[in-house]
Every structure is written in C-alpha cells, then in structure tokens.
Design a protein around this ligand. Structure first.
Ligand SMILES: Cc1ncc(COP(=O)(O)O)c(C=O)c1O
Length: 421
C-alpha cells in the first residue's frame, strides 16, 4: 500500500494554494472549519447544474435531487456506522440540531429531573440543555475537569450519576484542548444509571473513525464543515430514541426532525466529503481495513479505514509539533502531553506564551500567512476553569492536509514571536 501521500491529497484542495506575501498560506485553523476537496466543490455546483429542485416532484430534477439527498443520509450513516440512513438527520449546523433535540427531550422530563453536562465541552452541548432545562425546572449539573491534564473528572462523573439523571451530554473530543473522552465507557456508565446520552462529535469527526453502534450512544451530532464538507449539521439518533421524542412539525411534513426545505446542495457536498474520506481509505487505509471488518464492505468500511489512515498520519505530525512547542522558551502547552497517552488526544493543541497574549501571537502569525485561532472557541467552560479568561489560548489544529514543512514553518515563526515580545 502506498504511504500516506499528503502532496497528492493537498492537490485536491484548491484553497491550499492561496498565497499571502508570495507563499502559500499555512492553515492550522481546522478545528474552526476545514477546507474542502475539489470533489466537494464539484458536487455542490453539479447539484445546481443538474438537480436543483424541491423534493418529491414527479419530474427529473426533483427525482435526481431526492436520490442525492437520500444517498447523503446513507453516506453519513456510513461515516458514523449508523444502522440505517433513517437514523441520520441533517440540518443547519450542530448547534441548531442540538437545540431542537434539547427542546424535544426536555419536554419528556419533569421538574426536579436532572441533566448532566460536561465542563470540557463547547457551549453547543451545554447551552441548549441549560436553556431547555430552565424552561421546565430541570436541574443541570456539570462534570468538572481535572486542570492538570484538562481531562474530564470521571470520578465526579460517576458521582453525578447517583442522582439518576435523565440525560448525560458530553463531547467525544475537546475543540479547544484536543482531549478525547473515553466515550464508550462514559456511555456505558450513563446507561447503567438509566440516562440517555448525547455526544458532541464535532471535533472528533475530522480526526477519528466514529462508530455510534460501538460506543452505544443514543444521540451524536457533528458538522460536515469540520470534516472537509459544506456547512451542514448532522444528527445521529438511535431509531428508538428518535421515535420516542416529541417534536414540533408542520402537518404535511414527512420528517419530524428536518424542518423546512433542506440545504440540498450542501447535503450533496456532505455526501461528497464522505466519498472523499472513503477514497482516502482505499488509497492509504487498506492496512487498517481489518480493524473494521465488522462493517459493511464499500463506502462504510473505506471511510472508516480512511479516518484511521488520517489519524495515524496526523498523530505522527503532531509528535513533531508537540516536541517543537515544548522546546520554545515561554510556551506552555495545555492538556495531555504525556507521550504514552497520545491516544487520549487529537492533533489540536492549546498554548499560552509568557510574553505575548494569544491574540498577539495569533495576529502575528496571521501576518505571516499562518492561520490559527485565539480565544475560547465557545469552549467557555474549560477555558474559564483553567483561569485563562479573558485572553483564552492560542489554538493550533492539525488536519491531514498539513505537512512537516508547515509545522516547521509555524514553529520557526512562533519561536521568533515568543522571543521578540
Ligand atoms: C466541539 C464543537 N461542538 C459544537 C460546535 C458547533 O458546531 P456548529 O457550528 O455546527 O453549530 C463546534 C464548532 O466549533 C465545536 O467545535
């Protein structure tokens, strides 16, 4: 099998050749949103050229559109290993879908019931539950984090389960610190306590194979623009869990979760993003395919093998980034840094510098054509808990299209910025 050919994959992403100051930009802003390959761009524009119509019409363009929309659901079911495409609901973004589910789920609860949220999460998996709970007199408890390695405090998690909450919401991985939670184990414990689970996989999806059946969660949400697709939110709901939810819906509408006319061109692009990941799997993931032998052959197994190949490549690159960051005087790396525990993180890292604010460092990098983010990225809970407000952190996010040269360039520039300020 050929080695992971990052140059060949980069050639698929037109935005990677954007230049600033006479050289290509280096994009480490993936956790905020990734670039898209040519096939995704083409799928969106082909939708407009060949299939643009509302659904359920007795004519060609509508039939083409419906077929694409149906296969988009099937593609996302493949990516997440859902049992059936009917367990996939598409919407504007993860936040909007989560607000919808939070309103529905809280309608099944009574005053005095409890919801547990995570202190490591993005607000999108916290705020919707808090707002829905406030409407109904439901109590929300927060699992604290362990500040030393920015992981979820699993003992505290267990204690909160003693009150037998109705729902436990937590992330697969932190978009600010890269921490990966022991998802299957947390789901198992929550289920033992009688709770439903809602997992935010927005940050995990571009970095890891996701298998909703293996982890057993009731709900999981992610966003295609974080995994090389367009701005489309994706909700997985175990069929029985979806069926049990009351929803607001228009009388003639056939779906209770996908309200109004969909972003069909976006769905076509999201489908193409999964196809792209499956292509990566066919090209570079055959050595990982055996891990996924229980999955159906074809796009499902290929996309999972693609994600495994991406994970292996990214974490190799991340090792170089982490070594380099730790060698820069004045740089503090937050989160899991123990080399024996790299399985517990994504290649997203949060740092602070002794003599520059995250904003100053990120702005200086931006002037040099290097994209990073600073602040809290809506991961308000952990950034507050670590005492890092109001400046937040500088976030560097690797994706599978980053290269060793880009990492070295970033480290060189960061070294200068850290020394000059
Ligand atoms: C971990 C995480 N969860 C949720 C969200 C919200 O996703 P969306 O923009 O699709 O609402 C983000 C976006 O940055 C995120 O990183």
């Amino acid at each position: 099998m050929p080695a992971f050919d990052v140059a060949a994959l980069r050639a698929r992403f037109p935005a990677l050749s954007i230049e600033q100051g006479g050289r290509p930009v280096a994009l480490f802003d993936g956790p905020g949103g990734t670039q898209v390959p040519d096939s995704v761009i083409e799928a969106v524009s082909r939708y407009y050229r060949e299939s643009n119509a509302n659904h359920d019409g007795p004519f060609l363009t509508s039939q083409r559109s419906d077929a694409l929309v149906e296969d988009a659901h099937a593609a996302l079911a493949d990516l997440l290993n859902a049992r059936d495409a009917s367990e996939i609901k598409l919407g504007a973004n993860m936040t909007t879908l989560t607000m919808h589910v939070a309103r529905s789920l809280s309608a099944t609860m009574s005053p005095g019931d409890e919801i547990v949220v995570s202190g490591l999460d993005h607000e999108a998996n916290v705020g919707p539950w808090q707002s829905a709970a406030a409407d109904r007199g439901i109590t929300v408890r927060t699992v604290p984090i362990r500040p030393d390695d920015v992981t979820l405090d699993v003992e505290a998690f267990d204690k909160l389960l003693h009150a037998r909450p109705k729902l436990v919401a937590f992330g697969w991985a932190s978009n600010a610190f890269g921490t990966i939670n022991p998802v299957a184990e947390l789901v198992r414990r929550a289920h033992e306590a009688g709770a439903l689970t809602y997992v935010d996989a927005v940050h995990a999806a571009p970095h890891l194979p996701i298998d909703v059946q293996a982890v057993g969660t009731d709900f999981l949400a992610c966003s295609a623009y974080k995994f090389f697709g367009p701005h489309v939110g994706v909700l997985y709901g175990r069929q029985e869990a979806l069926d049990a939810l009351p929803t607001y819906k228009l009388r003639p509408a056939h779906d209770r979760f996908e309200t109004g006319t969909g972003n069909f061109e976006g769905y076509a692009g999201a489908r193409a993003a999964v196809e792209y990941l499956a292509e990566v799997g066919r090209a570079y993931g055959t050595q990982f395919a055996a891990q996924f032998s229980a999955l159906a052959v074809g796009r499902r197994r290929d996309a999972h093998a693609g994600m495994a190949a991406i994970r292996a490549y990214e974490m190799g690159l991340f090792g170089r980034l982490l070594d380099g960051l730790e060698a820069i005087p004045g740089v503090r790396v937050w989160g899991v840094t123990d080399r024996a525990r790299m399985a517990e993180r994504t290649p997203t890292v949060a740092i602070t510098l002794a003599h520059a604010t995250p904003e100053e460092a990120s702005t200086a990098l931006g002037h040099r054509g290097i994209a990073t983010w600073w602040g809290d990225f809506y991961a308000v809970g952990p950034v507050e808990r670590l005492g890092l407000q109001p400046d937040g952190v500088l976030r560097i996010g690797l994706t599978h299209y980053n290269t060793i040269d880009e990492v070295d360039r970033l480290l060189d520039d960061l070294r200068e910025i850290a020394a000059a300020t």
